[in-house]
Design a protein around this ligand. Sequence first.
Ligand SMILES: *Cc1c(COP(=O)(O)O)cnc(C)c1O
Length: 445
Amino acid sequence: MQQTVQLQPAEAYVPPKFNVYQHRQIDKIEQLHQLPEHLRFEMRVVANVFPFRVNNYVIEELIDWDKVPNDPVFQLTFPQRGMLDDESYEQMAALLKREHTPEEVFELATQLRQKLNPHPAGQMDKNVPTFEGEQVEGIQHKYKETVLFFPAQGQYCHSYCTFCFRWAQFVGKATRFNNNDEELLHNYLAEHKEVTDLLMTGGDPMVMRTVKLRKYLEALKEPRFDHIKTIRIGTKSLTFWPFRYVTDPDAQDLLALLKELVDAGKHVSIMAHVNHKQELRTDISREAIKLIRKTGAQIRTQAPLLNNLNVDSDMWAEMWKEQTQMGMIPYYMFIERDTGAKRYFELPLYKTWEIFRDAYKQVSGVSRTVRGPSMSAGPGKVEVSGVTEIAGEKVFVLRFIQARNPEWVQRPFFAKYDEEATWLDGLVPAFGEEKFFWQEEYEAM
Ligand SMILES: *Cc1c(COP(=O)(O)O)cnc(C)c1O
């Protein structure tokens, strides 16, 4: 007899009304009125360039307003002056101070965004596959075994993170990443037997209603998809809108969908973005975690290390320990990508390694599933494995965790130590070499 798993929440949680504030509504957020006017003006200036979106749950439950502006979740969701260089900031501030039309603001914003490397790591052209001679929009296929899918209805989030490397698709007009066509996804996957993992991403697929998610995922139970072993769903909802799993009208159906996929033999993993342990402090997020775990799905956690936000190895260690205790699997610590507000969030590479190491050494083996610090760069995911001295030369030890060519993976390589370097393109090979071993091949791709 089939056992039924009880997927109901432990108590009757009452969901708050879902309110979203975007950049034109910044001044409607009551809590901001306790801040000095010049801070609010700075926010309005910056919010015209970067996407801004925050919901009432994040405002009311996750931010400690008496710690603002230093509160990590405030930093994670509200625009900050330091995200723009002085020149860009002054241009936008001057425009807002004089009479202006929305078109003028949009035009200047578009111009300023161009300076912010909106599409890093060759996202727009290098990873888009073709199917039957046509470019398949909405799919990225960079690493052999994993296909990324961007469902059209999932191209936004409940709230936006200020550091998000997908920021460019949340501003301006139509985005290029979208694809309404589940058949195209299914056909692509059916044709590609080398693919074992589907990674649903966005935006955030968990902003979609369950009926839509079902259209994409249910079919994967069919025998023609036996090669798809793992279904991952990347999301911020676990901490920014945990009601998705507990009290939303289709929460039960969502949990049922996850369970059906697990029962059909798939490994289902929620890839949860958690930047700070403060995000996990509410009862509702803990309830969401429990319910997801009951379906047999796993939860893996990942986040970048961000200046002004989570540069604290003890916090990371505690967060990984807590996550492990709650049944989640720490997965990645990323290095802030070379896009958007990176000037505000980036750290020197040597520093990222120190923070990672000081956190990693504090946790037991069960939490050392976490990998990093890792750069998602054009050629692949490059881990800063360490800093050391070899034959009298101080070097970074690096390795590919993932690479465009699987042959590059796990081969250590070396770059000259440089305290200023914050990204792969700021590194040069050590020992007088002209190029890294993978470089020529990458440039020819
Ligand atoms: C990170 C990433 C993946 C997944 O890599 P894993 O190491 O399997 O987690 C897949 N595709 C792209 C483009 C990525 O950046």
